[in-house]
Design a protein around this ligand. Structure first.
Ligand code: FPP
Length: 254
């Protein structure tokens, strides 16, 4: 349907990037999108209105991140612990990928963005799964930024999954535990196709990792931004990247 749309190839320019150092753009940014509920509460609205507005921010930040030349943007959309929220809230969050796809797929294609996911998808409602699969299929040939949704994702569950799968591999190969090293564990994580995040942002002023990419953020820079996720915008993202660019990453060295 959208095959004839010309795909954009992003070559970040200084004009577009508000004086960011285009040679030091983080290639992978991961975001804990927090504060939807508080945003709604401040306006005396039901919590789901906050999630709806959060979805609009997902759209604008995807566009901004792609324009800035990021290669990977990972968004924490639903954690393995979020199932404990009230049923109507869980159902609403689960309906968001359907809405997102309906309203944003042409723009994703136009911007050459490829949709991928990490997490345990089998447990999601059928309609959610269908929307996610469609987004993945329709963007599979896109060569620009990878937009990775963490859905039904938990870092501990991911490590359990990884250890089980590498244990099975070792048994199948008749190999001993001496073969287990950091690379083998990384290769069995949901994120095995992606570099570790350079920058982790959490919005809403909370300063926790909440079971997000707990293996992968070992050397990431952390930025805790005060904005509630629905209020987070391109300007805030640019500020975060400027802060990232002012830091010196040493990876344990000097
Ligand atoms: C945390 O805020 C947010 C979530 C658990 C849901 C995040 C989901 C979105 C932003 C939409 C995702 C969109 C797509 C397309 C999948 P909170 O509810 O914990 O906020 P609070 O701490 O203020 O209560």
């Amino acid at each position: 349907m959208f095959k004839n749309l010309k795909k954009k190839n992003k070559t970040p320019s200084n004009h577009e990037n508000n004086d960011l150092d285009i040679h030091n753009i983080p290639q992978h940014v991961a975001i804990i999108m927090d504060g939807n509920g508080r945003w709604a509460k401040q306006r005396k609205l039901p919590r789901i209105k906050g999630h709806y507005q959060g979805m609009q921010t997902v759209k604008s930040i995807t566009k901004a991140a792609s324009d800035m030349g990021l290669k990977y943007l990972t968004l924490y959309a639903f954690s393995t612990e979020n199932w404990s929220r009230p049923e109507n809230e869980v159902n609403y969050i689960m309906s968001l990928p359907v809405n997102f796809l309906k309203t944003f797929l042409p723009e994703l294609i136009e911007n050459n963005v490829k949709v991928e996911t990490i997490g345990i998808l089998e447990n999601l409602p059928k309609s959610t799964l269908k929307a996610i699969e469609k987004a993945k299929t329709d963007t599979q040939n896109n060569t620009g930024m990878k937009l990775i949704f963490a859905i039904n994702y938990g870092g501990r569950a991911e490590i359990v999954h990884s250890v089980r799968s590498l244990y099975e591999q070792l048994i199948a190969e008749g190999a001993s535990s001496d073969h287990i090293d950091e690379k083998l564990i990384s290769d069995h994580l949901f994120t095995h196709n992606y570099p570790d995040p350079d920058l982790l942002i959490r919005t809403s002023g909370e300063q926790r990792i909440s079971n997000f990419l707990i293996w992968q953020v070992s050397y990431s820079e952390f930025i805790f931004n005060e904005k509630l996720w629905p209020d987070f915008d391109k300007e805030e993202l640019t500020k975060c990247i400027k802060i990232y660019q002012s830091r010196q990453r040493r990876f344990g060295g000097l």
